[in-house]
Design a binder for this molecule. Structure first.
Ligand SMILES: Nc1nc2c(ncn2[C@@H]2O[C@H](COP(=O)(O)OP(=O)(O)OP(=O)(O)O)[C@@H](O)[C@H]2O)c(=O)[nH]1
Ligand SMILES: [Mg+2]
Length: 234
């Protein structure tokens, strides 16, 4: 009997039109024990949609960014063995993607984090972007022992993936990069229209660049649970 627990975290900000199909895949997966949706300050019906499903819903009035949302989710389930992160706007999302992300953690205890690589048949731009920017992918699996040594994620907003990937390297942790075939997601421009979407994209880029250049400084300032020997290297 295996009593390990797998918890899925879904950060969702203004995702009411896209959230339901993603939750249906997660909730019908035999690999998932618990699902937590984190909505901080959505102006649409994201929380209402989430509340129609058997998930734990964390709702904050103020928007605090994706990094803080994931941190809140992690703190809610401190005893899980594995944590999977899935964005709320996935397309062509299937059970096999959950297995692909989880398997590297189950099969090799040296792997601290798995980072999904999108392999989308039809969207060439997504494939190409992933080739170069896999560090940005939000579909991840984390082992509890890695979660237990994470720095504070609250400041990082859209830079959270860069923070996690860079920190894993600094902490000498191994990363797996399973391919997630056929999966894709809705872009900001598709959600918000070109101008507003592009504006939001620029904001995301600036948060990512901040994280890329300043993650060491920010880890020193907000070390969370980073062990002393890792802090010394920063
Ligand atoms: N709770 C919460 N979730 C967020 C926040 N910002 C982004 N998210 C969620 O994080 C996931 C990824 O955000 P997206 O805006 O789709 O970013 P992306 O997919 O990296 O970027 P593009 O597709 O290139 O536009 C989605 O599920 C968002 O709803 C936030 O401030 N709070
Ligand atoms: Mg997206």
């Amino acid at each position: 009997m295996n009593n390990s627990q797998t918890v899925v975290l879904v950060p969702a900000y203004n995702e009411a039109p896209r959230l339901a199909p993603v939750l249906e895949v997660i909730l019908s997966s035999p690999l998932v024990d618990k699902t937590i949706v984190i909505d901080d300050g959505s102006q649409d019906d994201t929380a209402k949609v989430a509340a129609t499903y058997p998930v734990e819903l964390l709702r904050f009035d103020e928007n605090r960014g994706k990094g803080a949302a994931l941190q809140a989710g992690l703190q809610t389930a401190p005893d899980a063995s594995y944590y999977l992160f899935f964005d709320a706007d996935l397309l062509n999302f299937r059970h096999e993607h959950i297995a692909e992300l989880l398997h590297p953690l189950l099969e090799n205890e040296k792997i601290a984090m798995s980072v999904g690589l999108f392999r989308a048949g039809h969207k060439k731009s997504v494939n190409l972007a992933q080739q170069y920017f896999s560090i940005l992918n939000g579909q991840r699996g984390l082992r509890r022992s890695f979660v237990e040594i994470l720095p504070d994620l609250n400041w990082s907003r859209f830079g959270v993936e860069i923070l996690l990937s860079r920190y894993a390297k600094l902490a000498g942790q191994e990363i797996a990069q399973p391919e997630l075939q056929g999966i894709s997601h809705v872009t900001k421009e598709e959600k918000l229209g070109f101008l507003r979407g592009f504006d939001y994209r620029l904001q995301m880029f600036s948060e990512c660049i901040y994280s890329l250049f300043y993650h060491k400084k920010m880890i020193r300032r907000f070390p969370g649970n980073v062990p002393p020997h890792v802090l010394q290297k920063l």
